[in-house]
Write a protein that binds this ligand. Structure first.
Ligand code: FPP
Length: 325
């Protein structure tokens, strides 16, 4: 996790809140933020505007800034006061990405790890409080054995290797899902990482591992029924908060933004109860290509939406439109 980038985002925050009365440190940091990740191509098609070829300096001065857009500017467009506090992501498209490269599926998962790193870092830098990543579904156990074994090893290995860096960045790890299904080595190594990171107070990184929403809901109902049977809970006491308390996500607020990569428009058994009022964002970008700037785009899109929670637009005060009551 880049310390410099973290400083830069903090400086952008200071710039936003303090305006022109910046400390030298913040001002230096702000300049750094503009350098962030250099440049990326926005509209290469503009190269083909032939009438303008007659005047190259004019083309350069007028159009090059349109073609190469500084990355920092996407970040600067974000309203850091109105970030979704919980973002959930379905990391889809690893297999297709690998196939497009003429490689096998595990190659896609391997490159997907780079995106995980980048998005965890980006979320922590912004100050997002909760990030849930759908890493392995209950249904994924039915994939070919080589893929399941390879993916499991990759997941556990990555978490172990990244634990020190997560710790340095004050990131706490949580795992939701039917972890009893995991092989013993995976359970042991995961537990070690969970213990090591349990006192951290920054970003809460929630890995959905061997998770499916229907499994979770069935489990919750079984536990509620058991508690009713023993008299710990009365049927008339059951309300929405009770249900929340029996879900694996009981410690976390519901996601406000759910992102799915790779062009599929489904929720695929992911946080069905918790996503009731989430804003859904779908992108064609395959997960191994998904980077911070794509995350910023999703958040910008989220910030443009009016969140009504069943009310009318007129009933909402401006400050209620993004933050959930
Ligand atoms: C879905 O793509 C992706 C997965 C089932 C696995 C996601 C796992 C990673 C990105 C590795 C993450 C590592 C950590 C530490 C969390 P797919 O295989 O369904 O792709 P396809 O739809 O193109 O076939």
């Amino acid at each position: 996790m880049g310390k410099v980038a973290w400083k830069e985002v903090k400086a952008v925050r200071a710039f936003r809140t303090k305006g022109p009365c910046l400390t030298t440190k913040a001002r230096e940091g702000h300049v750094g933020a503009k350098r962030l990740n250099n440049y990326f191509i926005r509209k290469p098609g503009l190269f083909f505007l032939s009438p303008l070829k007659s005047n190259p300096p004019f083309i350069f001065i007028t159009f090059v800034p349109l073609i190469f857009k500084p990355m920092g500017s996407l970040l600067e467009q974000l309203d850091l006061e109105r970030l979704p506090q919980h973002i959930a992501i379905i990391m889809d498209g690893n297999g297709r990405w690998a196939k497009e490269q003429g490689q096998d599926r595990l190659y896609g998962h391997y490159h997907g790890v780079e995106s995980v790193r980048n998005i965890v870092e980006g979320s922590a830098e912004l100050g997002v409080k909760y990030l849930t990543l759908y890493a392995f579904s209950t249904e994924n156990w039915d994939r070919p054995i080589e893929e399941v074994t390879g993916l499991m090893e990759l997941l556990v290995d990555t978490i172990r290797k990244e634990t020190a860096i997560l710790n340095k960045n004050n990131i706490r790890l949580h795992v939701i899902g039917d972890t009893n299904m995991l092989p013993d080595y995976a359970k042991k190594e995961l537990q070690e990482s969970l213990d090591e990171l349990k006192n951290n107070t920054g970003l809460n990184l929630i890995m959905a591992l061997s998770y499916s929403s229907r499994w979770e809901i069935v489990n919750a109902i079984k536990n509620i029924a058991a508690d009713v049977k023993t008299g710990k809970l009365q049927p008339f006491e059951i309300d929405q908060d009770t249900i929340k308390d029996y879900l694996t996500t009981r410690e976390f607020p519901d996601p406000e933004l759910m992102i799915r990569t790779s062009g599929e428009y489904r929720i695929s058994n992911f946080l069905l109860y918790q996503l009731a009022y989430a804003e859904l964002y779908f992108t064609n970008v395959r997960w191994p290509d998904f980077r911070k700037e794509n995350l910023y785009e999703a958040i910008l899109d989220f910030q443009k939406r009016e969140r009504r929670f069943g009310k009318t637009g007129e009933q909402l005060k401006p400050e209620e439109q993004i933050t959930q009551s």
